[in-house]
Each structure stands twice: as C-alpha cells, then as structure tokens.
Design a protein around this ligand. Structure first.
Ligand code: GLA
Length: 376
C-alpha cells in the first residue's frame, strides 16, 4: 500500500465513496520526554509531537449517516451520528458525540483515516485520531470551538465515549505543539510553554524503542493508579498531589499510597528541572532525570514491565545518556537520549538483550518534533 500522505487518503476517499473529499486534516502522535502520570494530578509534563501523524480526509453529508474507512485495517464502519462505534471506530464516532454534547449540530459525514503513528505503542495514536477528526469537523462547521475547547472535547470523547481514561497531555500536545519544540504543559491551569528542542544541533538524538508489548489504558491499571492518587491527596487533606511536598508524601501511612505520591511529587520536580535544562540547552544533564523517572515509575508507581526495563537498561549499556519508559506504561515504548552517531550501538544492545530472552525484536523510531493538528 502507498505510504500515508495527503494524496493517498484523498485517492482512497475517491475510491471508497466515489466523490471528492472536502479536505485533509492531520494530527501528530507524541512522546513524553518526562512528567509521566502527572497530568491527572494537575502536574507538569513535557511532551513533543512526533512527525508521525494521523490523516483524515472528510466530507460532510446532508443526512445522518456516518461512514469511516480505515486504510490501516481496510474496513469501513457504517453508522449514524447518534451511535458510538466499536474498536477503532469508537474514537472518531465518540468525537462526534462529544462535539454534539458541546452544542455543535453534527450531521452525517464520510471519512477516510490513515496513520503513520504506531498503534498500541504508547505514542498516542488515539489522540492523533480524535484530534484530527475534531479539528476537521470543527473547521467544516465554521471553527466554532477553540483549540482549548477541542482538547476538552477529545478528552471527554476518550474518557466517556470510548471508556479510555486518558489524562489530557496527549490531546494538548496534539493540538498545541510546534515543530522543533517540546511543550511544557502545566496541567493545573492548562498553560503551555514552547521550549526549543533542537537535539541534533546539541549533538544528541532521541530514540523511541517500541517494545511491541501492547498496552491498554482501559484495562484497569491506569484507572487504579488514578484512584490511588486521588486517595493519597484525600488522605493528605489536599485537592491534588500537585500541592504535596516530598515531606508530606512520606507521611502517608499506607505504603502503596506513599509510593504513588512519592512518584508524582518527585516526577513533577524532575519535569520542572528538565524544562529548565532545556531552556538552557543543557541536554547533557537531562539523561540522569530520565533515569530517575524510570526508576520511580518502575518502583514507586509500578507501571513498567520487564520489556521496558530491559530496553532501558540495554539502552544505557549501549551508550544512551539516559532512558525511560514513556506514556502510560505496562508495555508500549521507551525513549533513549543518545549522543549523535551512537544510535546503532544502542539499537544493537537492545536488540541483543531482547534476542537473549527470545522476545520478538523491538522497533525503533527517531524523533523529529513535529507540529500540531492542522489542515493540510
Ligand atoms: C497515557 C495518558 C496520558 C498520561 C500518560 C501517563 O498516555 O493518555 O494522559 O496520563 O498515560 O503520563
């Protein structure tokens, strides 16, 4: 099949529906540099948008029918605007439901979806899909919602429409990222800061290691961590763990809640430090924060898995200056910060470690920070 491009989705639209789409919109996947499981604690996170994107070709219809063709699975969903579909179709149809809940009069439409964002790799293919659909439908309805409102629409679509309890980082970066920058998101008040992220100029590369272990946000563990964070905040008499100090976290009597709170508090501090290092272009110092983040996610938040731990250790042994799991965890991807020119030895080290355990080989992506959702 031809690679994912504006022309390929337009051609697919013509082939599937027999007429021309009104246009093509796209939104990026993301990797989070640091600030994991902090977004739903009103904390800080520091994602970058990927150049890998989800594309949607779309046209409005004058009835209530919704047709969505996925180029990846070569399936066409057929429903009406009132219904939320299943499987992959749940995401775009939940966006229509969520836009309608916000007051948009959403009619029928035809869509073609294609994506270069790996699915289930912890790189936020779901937000790339929801945000591209939301922006496309909003633009075709006269741009009645702002990007802030669209982020809220997409978060509700995923949380309530699909039943996937995402925290908001992914939708924010998909809608607000800028090329060659990282996005510092303060999830307490929703403010964002674009921090230049020109790794190559500083002599580094950022590698994504997709372990191939499929993660699912809806399998209960993510929701359980959220509940534990709320319980820890309640036990401390505060609204969210953003308000807690490291000393306060240590006063929690329940060892599980204490460990969860310790992760959140220390991770928010690491993220603030990483942002400051980025502002000062001290990429060389960020690696140790990656290492600290991974240890905290593994030991205190307990969201890592054997494959992520092995990928991180092997990346460090292969020459990375820092490595950590990224995203929700329980599988998905890790990232490694690598001095320019050493990515081959890092990849070799990780491949070797996986082969020694008879695990399927992981996949590697190089990160070049891309821009936000847009019409192409
Ligand atoms: C998933 C969620 C995000 C965030 C991360 C963990 O990617 O969608 O909102 O909570 O996990 O940092």
């Amino acid at each position: 099949m031809s690679p994912v491009s504006k022309d390929s989705v337009l051609q697919q639209f013509q082939n599937t529906y027999g007429y021309q789409a009104a246009g093509v919109w796209s939104a990026p996947g993301r990797v989070n540099l640091i600030g994991e499981h902090t977004d739903y604690n009103s904390g800080l996170c520091l994602p970058v948008a990927l150049e890998q994107r989800t594309l949607v070709a779309i046209a409005l219809r004058d009835d209530q029918t919704v047709r969505i063709h996925s180029r990846q699975s070569d399936e066409t969903y057929l429903g009406t605007v009132e219904e939320i579909g299943e499987d992959w179709a749940a995401y775009p149809t939940a966006v229509l439901w969520s836009l309608a809940r916000e007051g948009m009069t959403v009619g029928g439409l035809d869509l073609v979806v294609d994506s270069s964002v790996p699915v289930g790799a912890g790189l936020s293919s779901s937000a790339a899909l929801t945000c591209s659909v939301a922006l496309a439908v909003n633009d075709l309805h006269g741009s009645i919602f702002t990007r802030d409102q669209l982020a809220a629409v997409c978060i509700r679509a995923e949380n309530e429409g699909v039943g996937a309890p995402t925290g908001g980082m992914d939708q924010t970066v998909a809608l607000f990222a800028r090329p060659s920058t990282a996005l510092l998101v303060d999830c307490c008040d929703g403010t964002v800061e674009h921090i230049p992220f020109r790794l190559r100029e500083a002599g580094f590369e950022l590698m994504v290691i997709d372990t191939g272990v499929k993660h699912s946000l809806a399998d209960g563990q993510y929701g359980l961590r959220r509940t534990q964070c709320v319980d820890a905040a309640t036990a401390l008499g505060i609204t969210t763990l953003r308000e807690a100090t490291a000393e306060q976290a240590e006063t929690l009597s329940d060892p599980i809640l204490r460990a969860r709170a310790r992760h959140v508090v220390t991770e928010i501090n690491r993220t603030a430090l990483a942002a400051e290092l980025l502002r000062n272009k001290r990429f060389d110092k960020i690696g140790s924060l990656f290492d600290g983040s991974h240890a905290s996610l593994r030991d205190d938040f307990e969201v890592s898995c054997a494959e992520l731990d092995v990928a991180v250790t092997a990346a460090r042994l292969g020459g990375a200056v820092g490595a950590r799991m990224t995203g929700g965890g329980f599988g998905g991807s890790a990232i490694a910060l690598i001095p320019a020119g050493e990515s081959t030895s890092v990849a070799e080290s990780i491949r070797g470690a996986f082969a020694a355990r008879a695990w399927p080989p992981p996949h590697f992506l190089n990160v070049d920070p891309g821009g936000a959702a847009a019409r192409l």
